[in-house]
Design a protein around this ligand. Structure first.
Ligand SMILES: Cc1cc2nc3c(=O)[nH]c(=O)nc-3n(C[C@H](O)[C@H](O)[C@H](O)COP(=O)(O)OP(=O)(O)OC[C@H]3O[C@@H](n4cnc5c(N)ncnc54)[C@H](O)[C@@H]3O)c2cc1C
Length: 376
């Protein structure tokens, strides 16, 4: 093995950026990671995890840590707003007896597992720092940082998320994320004993779900169409969420509505997506994760495809004889799967907003989960 790069800069320490550090270090490649947040925080509620994500965790070497803290379960149960059970959608097994087909975990808990693994990998992590300039040359990319330092790299990996500055400066022609017409509420709650797998209640224009995250915790999500630019925060969020939940007379959701109070973690955010057409690289700069394929959470697979990008990119850099070949093969291996997740998730949002065909909705969910179970 003769990697086509020996020194790499990763900009952005989210799930995609941390994963690429871990994978590159396995091939002996020197890695610097810069993360703009001095506290390297990952805020938020639960994150749903499919079998493909758990397979990626096994590759990263964090599956055991995940299973100690997070939840592993299987299947998705769909109900009408009054509570009538409509369908059970099996979540496909990946073909490895170690790997469950579904799960969920608190986002900060997953970020902590990945951050520990990143530090242990030997990557040089610099917090509270970003780039100010990237100058590409024949022998390397010269990067100036916000603390005044300057280093030269064989490759710069932009993993700085949906509003990426690497994309803005190096790929100025790329489109920006677009609001899809829907927002999502999320709340963290004590786990009800009946919540043993993902459960959804699907109304005409609104959908609620519960997912267990650990022995003691579950999270709730509710999608709702709203005018562009709607942000709901603080006390107003509690009042509005309780109000929205009146659309779900199902006894379990009414019980959950009663559990919400001013101490509950409640978050609302508008949903955006972005699919940047290839090429995802220019010379010595390549983009991964949400920088090129930011998705709405309808298939709960945004983190999955970003982490998979990291695994595939490291593999190609380690095995292809030239940087150009490695980057070209990387994007060709990733494009179709990432396009499928962003576009199918967007279609699910559209069906929900329009009160469209529920059979089509369930069919897209089932087909997408089957496609995600395929090898990368
Ligand atoms: C509401 C919601 C729910 C979701 N639920 C799920 C789910 O259940 N399952 C799932 O798989 N996916 C889910 N996703 C998608 C998932 O969260 C993202 O796809 C994933 O977090 C993307 O990771 P990333 O590392 O590519 O980007 P990010 O998580 O955005 O990480 C980018 C990192 O770069 C840093 N950064 C930003 N700018 C700079 C800069 N200039 N310099 C240096 N560092 C910088 C940031 O601080 C951050 O640490 C959800 C998304 C949303 C919006």
């Amino acid at each position: 093995m003769n990697p086509s790069v020996s020194k790499v800069l990763v900009i952005g320490g989210g799930f995609s950026g941390m994963s690429v550090c871990i994978e590159l270090r396995k091939y002996g490649i020197e890695v610097d990671l810069v993360e703009i947040d001095p506290n390297w925080r990952a805020e938020g509620a639960g994150i749903s995890i499919g079998g493909a994500t758990l397979r990626a965790f096994k590759t990263l070497g964090i599956l055991d840590e995940y299973l100690k803290i997070g939840s592993a379960h299987s299947g998705l149960d769909v109900h009408a707003p009054h509570g009538v059970h409509l369908a059970h959608i099996p979540t496909p097994l990946i073909g490895d007896p170690d790997i469950p087909s579904s799960g969920a975990i608190m986002r900060p808990a997953l970020a902590k597992i990945l951050a520990e693994k990143t530090k242990a990998s030997g990557a040089n992590v610099r917090l509270g720092i970003t780039f100010t300039e990237i100058k590409q040359g024949i022998d390397g990319a010269e990067v100036t940082f916000s603390d005044g330092t300057m280093y030269t790299y064989d490759l710069v990996i932009g993993a700085d998320g949906l509003y990426s500055q690497v994309r803005k400066t190096q790929f100025p022609e790329a489109a920006e994320p677009k609001y899809v017409g829907q927002g999502v509420w999320r709340a963290v709650l004590p786990r009800l004993p009946e919540v043993n797998n993902t459960m959804m209640w699907v109304g005409q224009h609104i959908k609620a779900g519960l997912n267990p995250m650990s022995k003691d915790q579950m999270y709730m999500f509710v999608t709702q169409d709203n005018a562009p630019g709607t942000w709901i925060k603080g006390e107003e969020a509690l009042v509005k969420l309780k109000d929205i939940m009146q659309a779900f007379p199902a006894p379990m959701l009414q019980q959950v509505a009663g559990m919400l109070d001013e101490h509950s973690y409640i978050n609302y955010r508008p949903l955006e997506n972005l699919l940047v057409p290839t090429p995802w690289y220019k010379g010595r700069v390549v983009l991964i994760g949400d920088t090129v394929h930011g998705t709405t959470p309808h298939l709960a697979s945004g983190a999955c495809i970003g982490i998979e990008d990291a695994i595939v990119l490291a593999e190609e850099l380690a095995h292809k004889p030239s940087l150009n070949e490695a980057l070209e093969t990387f994007q060709n291996r990733r494009w179709e799967r990432c396009r499928m997740v962003v576009e199918n998730s967007g279609r699910l949002a559209q069906i929900e907003i329009e009160g469209g065909d529920k059979q089509e909705h369930m069919g897209i969910m089932r087909d997408s989960m089957m496609a995600l179970a395929q090898p990368i």
